[in-house]
Design a protein around this ligand. Structure first.
Ligand SMILES: *[C@@H]1O[C@H](CO)[C@@H](O)[C@H](O)[C@H]1NC(C)=O
Ligand SMILES: *[C@@H]1O[C@H](CO)[C@@H](O)[C@H](O)[C@H]1NC(C)=O
Ligand SMILES: *[C@@H]1O[C@H](CO)[C@@H](O)[C@H](O)[C@H]1NC(C)=O
Length: 346
């Protein structure tokens, strides 16, 4: 009986839906839907291209089904999953009836900045999470809601970020911009009072962004073109715990003395750079990655200023492999100072 109904529906669908489905894609989709039919909510307003479950009526599942447009989003929907389709653009008005949206997931599509309306997201006053990673964007969509806490644009083609892009986003905590082609960000992050995580790996930055948010705890800048670290960069960001600067162009000359000797830092990744010395680090640091540099000498004073039974480092992980030192170069006193390190990789 259900099969008959579904086949009838297919007839209607073929005429009325503008999505460019092949017949077989529709068939397999509807078969999949039949298998879940027990959960399908019949009385819930749900577009044909998507699935809505009676057990979770505020969510609309439209992922991985070759969609080329965002389907109609009913006003009761809070969570819309549109990832892994072939959506290239979104016109203004598409989300106008869906002002309760909290999550919009649009990653792994083909979104093109020129095909995104200026006010697509602007009316979504409750939007919390906007995931747009793995698209073809060359700029951020304008007029993003100030309510967003988690914003992801990784793996796009963004090169510039206008200075007012994140203005007023007082609750933004996570910002992902990795794998784009950003060269400079000016002071665009300055007002982000709640930001704790900034991911800008794999871009073209030549320096650490100025005026980083004060609450920042995790800063990922691996695989950029950074040659130096500004003096006092960590004292101006007193809550930073995880700093990753692997695969940049750092040299000893680019590191002011004591720039990493900051007691809040827990993890520091400086691997795949051009350092010749071990920088001075705080005794509170737990993980230090220095592999694949040009370090020639094991300087215990970088970890402990004095060597005695009571002054020691909290370091647990120390990687020094692929440098120019050998295990023989590690002094015996290291056993006191680095007593929490189980194994030094050289
Ligand atoms: C929004 O709702 C109105 C009234 O129900 C309807 O006429 C309109 O087509 C809807 N707009 C969108 C973009 O779905
Ligand atoms: C930030 O969150 C607080 C508490 O949830 C809320 O009252 C406030 O309106 C939010 N700010 C913005 C800009 O959305
Ligand atoms: C690192 O900073 C601490 C606290 O500010 C200080 O006591 C210590 O001497 C510094 N280490 C070195 C090697 O300068």
């Amino acid at each position: 009986m259900r099969t008959v109904v579904l086949l009838l529906m297919m007839g209607i669908v073929d005429q009325s839906i503008s999505q460019h489905y092949s017949q077989f894609q529709w068939l397999s989709h509807l078969r999949g839907r039949r298998q879940h039919a027990g959960l399908q909510a019949n009385d819930v307003d749900c577009p044909l291209e998507c699935d809505c479950l009676s057990t979770f009526p505020t969510a609309m599942y439209c992922h991985s089904r070759n969609l080329q447009h965002v389907p109609y989003v009913p006003s009761h929907i809070k969570y819309v999953y549109l990832q892994r389709n072939q959506i290239t653009g979104i016109q203004d008005g598409v989300f106008d009836n869906a002002t309760n949206l909290v999550w919009v997931v649009l990653c792994h599509n083909q979104l093109n900045s020129d095909k995104i309306g200026k006010n697509v997201f602007s009316k979504l006053k409750h939007l919390d999470r906007l995931l747009l990673d793995h698209n073809e964007l060359i700029r951020l969509p304008p007029n993003l809601p100030k309510s967003i806490t988690d914003l992801r644009f990784g793996h796009n083609k963004i090169s510039k970020i206008p200075s007012n892009s994140f203005e007023g986003m007082a609750n933004l905590t996570t910002l992902q911009l990795q794998a784009n082609v950003i060269e400079d960000v000016g002071v665009v992050f300055k007002g982000l009072k709640s930001l704790t995580m900034l991911d800008m790996r794999k871009n073209r930055l030549r320096k650490i962004p100025d005026n980083l948010p004060k609450r920042l705890q995790q800063l990922y800048l691996d695989s950029n073109e950074i040659e130096s670290v500004q003096a006092g960069f960590l004292t101006m960001n007193p809550e930073l715990q995880f700093v990753r600067l692997a695969d940049n162009k750092l040299t000893d000359k680019g590191l002011p003395s004591n720039v990493f000797n900051i007691s809040t830092l827990v993890e520091l990744d400086l691997s795949f750079n051009k350092l010749e010395k071990i920088p001075v680090v705080s005794r509170n640091l737990e993980n230090l990655y220095l592999q694949a540099n040009k370090i020639k000498e094991f300087s215990l004073s970088s970890f402990c200023r004095t060597i005695d039974m009571t002054s020691f480092s909290r370091l647990r992980m120390l990687r020094l492999d692929a440098n120019e030192i050998s295990a023989r170069g590690i002094p015996a006193e290291a056993a006191y100072c680095l007593r929490h390190v189980a194994f030094i990789h050289v």
